[in-house]
Design a protein around this ligand. Structure first.
Ligand code: SF4
Length: 349
């Protein structure tokens, strides 16, 4: 049984009163257009809210609606996603747009359940779009809502378990106001991002403190209970920037990580061996610095090398690009340091 009575719903009033005064304003707020809501929710999955604005506007100016996105080719979608990382999101966005056009006549499905059939749309995103764009009463259980409700109810079970999240979602839904479900979800997201933060929350500034069991028990920072995360695996890599005839070597990845993106020659083998594997021998290999990129489960620790070759073997011809051509390709942020080196090198020569 919940400790918060539903009848008067003062809980939602306190929360929404606070939101009306203190809610964050972003370029992607204030719209009920499902395409825009969906795009912003996908972008925000792994990108900080503060940094997503310019990417959101750039994407919308290139693909203003779902039909424009569905009609685009994958490479131009990946290009427009550059800088946001997690490119599977962009590929799924593209697939989902095509599905909205082909299976739903160009109009987004209106319920969370139906939205979940779209690629890349999980329970959280489906609930966010359904509540914000279509007014469906369904809580969007992201990390913020899980944290706030774990503390409100002083949940002692592992909050990474579906059964726990389900229990928290039921409580969130029970207290949801029928007239403002989208605002309720966004208010909880904002509360979790600014007041009920991970670590030590600012309970004295919290509009729902009177309802919060973990705060009353004096241990809000112990909720939610989560298992320890394994640290990301460190992968040492040699990155070879191979220059020839004023161009540089890039290859399109087929591996799951960064699939479809263009990268320089990357190898766990020593640079000479990596060069040999491409059929290139005898060129001087010069150290060119180091770079690091953190993915969710791994860290690339890259040692950069510059190689100048006089002759490009015919088989590798299509892999050599001018800096201008390189700029038009989807090259991931992990290559940023090498790209800067390449631009400098090729514009100098
Ligand atoms: S009182 Fe503190 S712990 Fe409870 S919801 Fe508010 S900020 Fe979070």
């Amino acid at each position: 049984m919940s400790h918060i009575p539903e009848e008067s719903n003062t809980f939602a009033d306190c929360l929404l009163g606070w939101y009306d005064e203190n809610g964050r304003s972003f370029v992607f707020r204030g719209t009920k257009d499902p395409y825009r809501v969906w795009l912003s929710e996908i972008m925000l999955q792994q990108t900080r809210t503060e940094s997503a604005g310019p990417y959101y506007e750039r994407f919308l100016s290139r693909f203003p609606d779902v039909a424009a996105l569905a009609a685009a080719d994958e490479e131009s979608v990946l290009c427009c996603w550059q800088g946001l990382g997690y490119y599977t999101r962009a590929r799924n966005l593209h697939k989902a747009a095509k599905m909205v056009v082909s299976d739903f006549g160009g109009a987004f499905p209106r319920t969370a359940e139906a939205l979940r059939t779209l690629p890349g749309v999980g329970a959280y995103t489906a609930a966010a779009v359904a509540s914000i764009a279509f007014g469906e009463c369904v809580p969007s259980m992201d990390g913020n809502l899980i944290r706030v409700f774990s503390r409100l109810t002083d949940e002692a079970e592992d909050a990474s378990q579906p059964a726990t999240v389900q229990r928290l979602a039921e409580e969130a839904k029970r207290l949801m106001p029928q007239d403002r479900p989208g605002d309720y979800n966004q208010a909880l997201m904002d509360l979790g991002a600014t007041v009920c933060t991970p670590g030590t929350p600012d309970c004295s500034a919290c509009p729902i403190q009177a309802y919060c069991l973990a705060a009353q028990a004096g241990h809000p920072e112990t909720r939610p209970v989560l298992p320890r995360k394994a640290p990301p695996i460190c992968v040492p890599l040699n990155l070879l920037m191979i220059f020839g005839h004023g161009r540089v070597y890039l290859r399109q990845r087929r591996e799951a990580l960064l699939k479809g993106m263009y990268v320089f020659a990357l190898s766990e083998d020593p640079p000479e061996q990596a060069l040999n594997a491409l059929g290139l021998t005898g060129a001087e290999i010069v150290p060119a610095g180091e770079a690091r990129h953190v993915f969710t489960h791994r860290v690339w620790e890259m040692t950069l090398w510059a190689v100048h070759i006089d002759h490009i073997p015919p088989a590798l011809e299509p892999n050599f690009y001018t800096p201008e051509q390189m700029d038009a390709l989807p090259v991931p942020t992990a290559m940023r340091a090498a790209c800067a080196y390449v631009r400098k090198e090729l514009h100098q020569s």
